[in-house]
Write a protein that binds this ligand. Structure first.
Ligand code: ZN
Length: 643
């Protein structure tokens, strides 16, 4: 399946696969099916949360798009379609990332001429049409979705729809008083309501079955109830029952009950998030946007993680680290890897690549949290990166390109597994030494250590013996990719003249620069010119592995002894500064590739397949390839809040 679907403005649309879905039991598949329906029912809530005109604007644009009788190939109609695609992507009139309002590429007059050739008779808000056009075309109106400019009233400066007629100070005081009234285990006050000023008084319009957004929430609840009989275990059933009770009452204490049950459920293969969860859409960080993700455990990835965990002792014993810094006994951590089966609300089309919930601090402290990475989304990004010209532009040779295509994905996954399951858990501190001893250099050094552990072992024969890789070529593919990224391509994310700040980026440059410098005399790694462009060429993979081992030994020593001065010297020498000439060249080359900086995903469509006896026999996965068609379909089938 090709991953890339289409590109418009600064956006690319990709699609993800559902690996191993066919191996799930019929019960699990049906569970996913019903949860997925529930995941799609809250889309309109998010549109309304983002801005009070969003649903009307979407409806107007879709009505014109569908009923327009004029020339659909004209520039004006194409401009309307482009604007509609952006509105779909942003779940409203603001960019999902910058939250700037989209600027249509046609004029108000041209837009009105399109309206004249469309059937608007079904629109219920004819009298408001002039104002709706003002919101679309006047750049001053609702200019920014979320303003974090502390010189102004954040609620007045932001176009989100979580507060009505309320000033920032009033809202803050209102919730401060609520929080003070409950000293312990306080629910997340304000999470699920619009705060409204009514006759001088502040009131919460709570989002629940019988209140605001009720029509959509009732649908969500209906599908959750249908999902419940297919749950894999009793705790999952309890999770659903608690979520339903909360959606019915709007009581945030019940949301906490649900969150605790959800955090405790780790046995099932299938899991989901459905609710008012993240607070990034509210400049005050109180109110949560609606989102949903349905997912299942990655069976292959889980198997890999188990094999590595079972052999954790061997890896520790055979590492190039000084024995006095090794653990006598190690336990590998099972990395939790999932695949998404459906994205909804604030996870669609732009989606996270990991989940770390619940957000409630006291629940995290007392009950822990779930932290997972989403494998099929990461895979889709990887696949896309093979097709966008990056590899051809920055690889040193045809052989390197071939290796990346054949082994890059598996190698990348294995690197992550080794890093997460074994790397971070390896090694031993000397008595009295604490991580804090390395201060601001700790996280860079710790990521460096875990990456070096992974790099050292990814080229080890042991992986072949364990059946985790098909050939030694996968180790080479990872070395190619790691050096290419660390020395060159990650620079595309940094502005010219700036230093590296983020600890993962620093750790990658630290490792690659160090290996480059220390292998220079022997020509282990070279920066060469290919058609006048700088590329990384590895001449001696075995020697490079030895260098990784040598640096791992040193970084482990620094951590184990808490040697702050050595940590500082290493990071400052290799991880922070960028060669300005190379940086400029890389940015120039990257710009020419014209890669869209933001990506989002189409969902597959899941369908119940009925057998000859009239019973459900299977759930079919149909991959979609038309972004506009999926959006129109969702608006028609799940447009519960459009009048
Ligand atoms: Zn890490």
């Amino acid at each position: 399946m090709s991953v890339f679907v289409e590109k418009f403005a600064d956006i690319k649309i990709l699609r993800y696969e559902l690996p191993g879905f066919e191996k799930l039991s019929l019960q699990q598949k049906q569970y996913i099916y019903y949860l997925s329906q529930a995941a799609l029912c809250g889309r309109d809530i998010l549109f309304d949360q983002n801005n009070r005109w969003n649903l009307k604007i979407r409806q107007l644009l879709e009505t014109v798009y569908k009923s327009f009788t004029g020339n659909r190939d004209s520039d004006e109609f194409k401009a309307l379609h482009l604007y509609l695609k952006q509105v779909w992507f942003g779940n409203g009139i603001h960019h999902h990332y910058s939250t700037e309002k989209f600027k249509p590429t046609l004029s108000r007059e041209a837009f009105q001429q399109l309206l004249a050739q469309a059937d608007l008779s079904e629109l219920s808000f004819q009298d408001e049409l002039p104002h709706v056009l003002d919101v679309i075309f006047n750049p001053e109106l609702d200019a920014k979705g979320i303003s974090l400019d502390s010189n102004s009233d954040l609620l007045k400066a932001s176009a989100m729809n979580y507060y009505q007629g309320v000033e920032q100070q009033e809202a803050e005081a209102f919730y401060e008083a609520k929080r003070k009234s409950v000293p312990e285990h306080a629910p997340s006050f304000g999470l699920n309501s619009t705060l409204v000023k009514d006759g001088g008084e502040l009131k919460e319009d709570v989002w629940h079955c019988g209140g605001k957004y009720g029509k959509a929430i009732q649908q969500i609840v209906g599908w959750l109830k249908k999902a419940a009989p297919f749950a894999e275990n009793d705790l999952q059933k309890e999770v659903i029952a608690k979520l339903v009770a909360y959606y019915e009452s709007g009581d945030l204490k019940q949301f906490d009950d649900y969150s605790i049950a959800w955090t405790n459920e780790n046995e099932g293969l299938v899991d989901f998030v459905n609710g008012f969860i993240e607070i990034y859409g509210d400049p005050l960080g109180i109110k949560a946007s609606w989102e949903s993700i349905v997912n299942y455990k990655d069976l292959e990835g889980t198997k890999r993680a188990i094999v590595l965990s079972e052999n954790a002792g061997w890896f520790e014993a055979n590492s190039p680290v000084d024995p006095k810094f090794k653990k006598a006994e190690v336990k590998g951590v099972s990395a939790k890897v999932i695949h998404v089966a459906m994205l909804g609300g604030d996870c669609y089309p732009a989606t996270p690549i990991g989940i770390n919930l619940p957000n409630s601090e006291w629940i995290r402290e007392e009950f822990g949290s779930k932290s997972v990475t989403i494998d099929n989304i990461t895979q889709a990004y990887f696949q896309d990166s093979l097709g966008n010209g990056m590899l051809e532009e920055f690889a040193a040779s045809e052989a390197e390109i071939q290796r990346a295509r054949e082994f890059g994905q598996l190698a990348g996954n294995l690197h992550t597994d080794l890093h997460e399951c074994l790397g971070h858990g390896s090694g031993r501190m000397q008595p009295g030494v604490k991580p804090e001893d390395l201060k601001n250099y700790y996280s860079t050094l710790e990521e460096t250590r875990a990456d070096l552990f992974a790099l050292y072992y990814i080229a080890d024969e042991k992986l072949l013996q364990l059946g985790l890789v098909p050939s030694a070529e996968s180790g080479k593919a990872e070395y190619d990719a790691y050096l290419r990224n660390g020395l060159i391509t990650q620079l595309t994310r940094i502005e010219l003249g700036k230093d590296l700040e983020e600890s993962h980026m620093r750790n990658r440059q630290l490792i690659t620069r160090w290996a480059f410098e220390h292998g220079k005399a022997d020509g282990v790694v070279e920066l060469i010119k290919k058609d006048g462009k700088t590329v990384v060429q590895i001449n001696d993979y075995a020697r490079l592995r030895e260098l990784f081992g040598q640096l791992l030994n040193e970084v482990q020593r620094i951590k184990s002894e808490g040697d702050y001065e050595a940590a500082k010297a290493l990071v400052e020498a290799y991880a922070v500064k960028i060669d300005p000439q190379l940086h400029g060249e890389v940015l120039e080359r990257f710009k020419k590739l014209n890669i869209a900086p933001y990506a989002g995903f189409l969902n597959p469509e899941l369908k119940l397949v009925t057998g000859s006896n009239g019973q459900v026999a299977d759930v079919a996965v149909e991959y979609q390839s038309d972004y506009s068609a999926q959006m129109l379909h969702y608006s028609e089938k799940y447009g519960f809040l459009v009048k």
